[in-house]
Design a protein around this ligand. Structure first.
Ligand code: NAP
Length: 426
């Protein structure tokens, strides 16, 4: 049994700094928990001159990450981005290191290559922090639910967009002002595109779907729609109809395969995900035997994310001490990933229509022609001018949804299709 394990940390930014802090400040506890001393042998950065937290021993800093990974037993990658992270992790694995990463972009782009390399080398690949920060959902889906059949995963996995939508609802702001607030408070990047356009959530959806359905799902398989099309009026109407708007990552089994997507959705107020406020994350899992589970907590931030990274580090270190390995890639099910138009959800459509008798019948007939059945209709007369119709439908495919919008927009009695939003979690 080794007395000590050499640990290399790649990246010393928001998360890396806190990982170094916990490794340093909790060294004795970590030794007791793993059975070996975790000896930090180097921290790779881009710039040696940048200002650093004093907890980081400058003597450990290096710009030669490629050399560092060849002399560690355990490599923690916290640089982000696909390259050079991928090349460095593959080299670390080839040199016999177990690896821990928080890099959702890399895993969603090329997870199978990393898994295959780890398998060939007989080492571990752990990535709890890549989805929902501190929330232990990767381990839950990958290990705790390994004996169950997951039907559906609904996740609020991007704290920035959750904060923005929550602020729009509670402070009555439009999207642009809510994004500015998020930037001012440090919840959004100067360029918020990856968050507001759903790219970040899509990478996490791919990772969760792969684990939940034992199937390879990459970022390219995920149908993605961000929150930039939403208005303050959409948010206000959500509340008026007993919902809250959330950007959801959805992965579910349907006939013939799985649907993996990211889009805004109306969530009924009584659903547990509706209560997830601010920048928090939550993942709601429906499994055949376990039933409904929800994992909730801080989805980002240096300290919370470092907790998840350290949890992984302890796991891979324990394997080094007592033998054995964590789970390998599980993709035996190889379920087809269905195209975007095959996704199924209920939806709510808001229309401005002529305020006269017979209009509702024409709208209902247009929906019926497309096989979309109505669950409820609410009409708000405006006194003068058009009336506002809010129609809730039963489940229909994405293809039917698109055809419905087209058919309604073409009806002479319809002034305007104001919005069409999916409803999830009902
Ligand atoms: P960050 O603050 O931007 O830090 C990145 C670090 O990596 C910096 O120290 C940078 O060096 C170093 N780096 C970048 N490219 C490098 C290269 N080519 N060679 C050597 N060092 C390099 O990033 P972060 O927010 O800590 O995120 C790190 C990872 O954790 C990402 O994969 C991210 O998706 C994931 N994650 C972050 C959070 C969060 O709350 N921030 C939450 C969950 C997951 P310099 O310091 O010299 O610039």
């Amino acid at each position: 049994m080794p007395d000590a394990l050499k640990v290399a940390v790649l990246g010393c930014g928001v998360v890396g700094t806190q990982v170094v802090r916990l490794l340093t400040e909790q060294a004795d506890d970590l030794t007791a928990r793993t059975g070996a001393r975790l000896e930090l042998v180097g921290v790779a950065v881009r710039s040696l001159d940048a200002e650093r937290d004093p907890v980081v021993d400058r003597a450990l800093l290096t710009t030669d990450a490629a050399e560092l990974v060849t002399r560690a037993d355990l490599v923690v990658e916290l640089m982000g981005g696909v390259e050079p992270a991928r090349t460095l992790l593959l080299s670390a694995i080839e040199h016999g290191a177990s690896v821990v990463t928080a890099n959702k972009a890399l895993l969603a782009a090329d997870g199978p290559t990393l898994y295959a390399a780890a398998d060939a080398a007989g080492v571990d690949l752990y990535f709890e922090a890549a989805v929902a920060g501190a929330v232990p959902v990767v381990r839950a889906v990958r290990e705790s639910l390994a004996g169950d059949t997951v039907r559906r995963v609904l996740g609020i996995v991007n704290g920035t967009t959750n904060f923005v939508l929550d602020t729009m609802a509670s402070d009555d702001l439009d999207l642009e002002r809510a994004v500015k607030d998020a930037q001012r408070l440090g919840y959004a990047e100067a360029d918020p595109t990856a968050d507001v356009e759903g790219f970040d959530a899509a990478a996490k959806a791919a990772i969760l779907a792969s684990l939940a359905f034992h199937t390879r799902v990459s970022l390219d398989d995920v149908a993605r729609e961000g929150i930039t099309g939403l208005t303050d009026e959409d948010v206000a109407w959500a509340a008026r109809t007993g919902h809250v708007l959330k950007l959801l990552a959805v992965a579910e089994r349907l006939d013939g395969g799985i649907s993996v997507r990211v889009h805004p959705a109306l969530v009924p107020l009584e659903h547990p995900l509706a209560g997830v406020r601010g920048a928090f994350n939550a993942v709601f899992v429906e499994a055949e035997a376990a039933g409904q589970l929800m994992f909730y907590g801080p989805g980002a931030g240096g300290v919370p994310t470092a907790s998840a990274v350290l949890g992984d580090l302890v796991s891979v270190a324990r394997h080094r001490v007592v033998g054995g390995r964590g789970p390998a890639e599980s993709f035996y099910a190889e379920l087809p990933v269905l195209p975007a138009h095959a996704a199924v959800s209920r939806f709510q459509v808001r229309l401005d229509v002529a305020d006269r008798p017979g209009v509702l019948a024409q709208v209902a007939a247009a929906l019926a022609n497309l096989g979309v059945s109505i669950e409820a209709v609410r009409q708000t007369p405006t006194g003068t001018g058009p009336a506002h119709l809010v129609i809730s439908t039963h489940a229909a495919t994405e293809a039917a949804r698109a055809a419905t919008v087209e058919a309604l927009a073409a009806l002479p009695v319809v002034d305007r299709v104001v919005s069409v939003l999916r409803v999830e979690g009902a």
